[in-house]
Design a protein around this ligand. Structure first.
Ligand code: AHG
Ligand code: MN
Ligand code: MN
Length: 335
């Protein structure tokens, strides 16, 4: 079988769109480059102590920034700005969006949003982490600097989204709205190969993923759903599902995408709108899961339809296999 590289795959997909300008392909190629740099750095984390641990700073959300958060943020922003194919980027690690102000960038039609390093509390303990990205067409006129409204678009306007998982191997998984494809990195030659074509998530899985330490803080319908997951209620007296929670959203999502399952980050008493960020985390993963046949909702609406009102907005997030989200949604609607 011919080994298809991600570069070849992107070019082939672009050829299916005769009017395509190649800008999206260049964005994906910049993401690919940044992910290789970040992957290389993460792989060295245990050896090079100077890249582990806190940077000593906090991001705008009051979270401790790890050194690798800062490194990944710089790597993605530099790779994206250097190619002159986007007019600006918004990142979980920056207070506000970054407008690329030279003429080439101002003439570009896309903006990118990133969570440069997801699960960063897991870096120091050699557990999988990731990066998440999404691409939108700008709302403002080409030729002018980008504005906040270019970044505050509902997920249903995404042109592309994806993630990189730095796990036992590094993988790039992305969609441009025509299914989901996964590529595995071969570090010996520095190339991503198509390993998971046309990914589909099972309609029903056997895994639930949630930080159960927060159970007493969840609202009643969610707590009841978790109790159902834990109950011995089928004919063999077994629990319906197994619990699996890594604490790196990308890694939990990736496992459930492949095996089937449900991931929950509900509202808690301490975080009444949940913890995960709509623009950098929830919307891109919602686009991917829907393209793979699954669903993503907040408490009472489809994640993809939520119009963000601020860059770092958080929302309760439930994502996964269709039947499992359907059942949770019934619980939520009964209340
Ligand atoms: P980030 O590292 O980008 O700030 O994201 C952390 C997120 C996500 O990766 C993970 O699923 C979640 O935080 C874990 O939160 P809890 O520790 O509250 O379970
Ligand atoms: Mn994250
Ligand atoms: Mn992050």
């Amino acid at each position: 079988m011919k080994n298809v590289t991600v570069g070849e795959f992107i070019v082939e997909s672009q050829n299916n769109f005769p009017g395509s300008t190649g800008e999206l392909s260049k964005i994906l190629s910049a993401v690919k480059l940044a992910s290789k740099i970040v992957s290389h750095q993460i792989n060295k984390a245990g050896l090079a102590k100077e890249i582990l641990g806190s940077s000593g700073r906090e991001n705008i959300q009051g979270e401790d920034q790890q050194k690798l958060d800062v490194f990944a943020n710089d790597s993605f922003i530099n790779a994206l700005s250097a190619r002159g194919v986007i007019c600006g980027v918004a990142s979980e690690e920056n207070d506000s969006f970054v407008a690329f102000k030279n003429n080439v960038n101002n003439d570009a039609k896309y903006v990118v949003l990133i969570d440069p390093l997801d699960g960063s509390s897991n870096i120091d303990v050699n557990v999988s982490v990731g990066s998440i990205f999404s691409v939108y067409k700008r709302q403002t006129q080409k030729g002018s600097p980008v504005e906040l409204k270019d970044f505050l678009q509902p997920g249903n306007q995404q042109v592309a989204s994806g993630y990189i998982i730095y796990g036992s191997s590094t993988m790039l998984v992305y969609t441009t709205g025509r299914g989901v494809n996964g590529f595995t990195f071969d570090p010996s030659i520095g190339v991503f190969f198509l390993s998971h074509p046309n990914m589909k998530t099972p309609d029903q899985g056997a895994i639930y993923s949630v930080n159960e330490g927060n159970l007493n803080q969840f609202k009643k319908p969610v707590a009841e759903y978790i109790k159902f997951c834990q109950s011995q209620n089928n004919s063999q007296g077994k629990n319906p599902y197994s619990s699996r929670y890594i604490g790196s959203l990308v890694a939990d999502f990736h496992r459930n995408l492949i095996k089937g399952g449900i991931y929950l980050y509900p509202a808690t008493k301490i975080n009444p709108t949940g913890k995960l960020r709509l623009t950098y985390e929830c919307a891109p993963l919602a686009f991917l899961i829907e393209q793979a046949g699954g669903r993503a909702i907040s408490e009472n609406q489809r994640i993809m339809d939520i119009i963000p009102t601020e860059l770092h907005q958080r929302v309760p997030f439930f994502v996964g296999s269709k039947n499992m989200i359907d059942q949770l949604e019934e619980n939520l609607e009964r209340e």
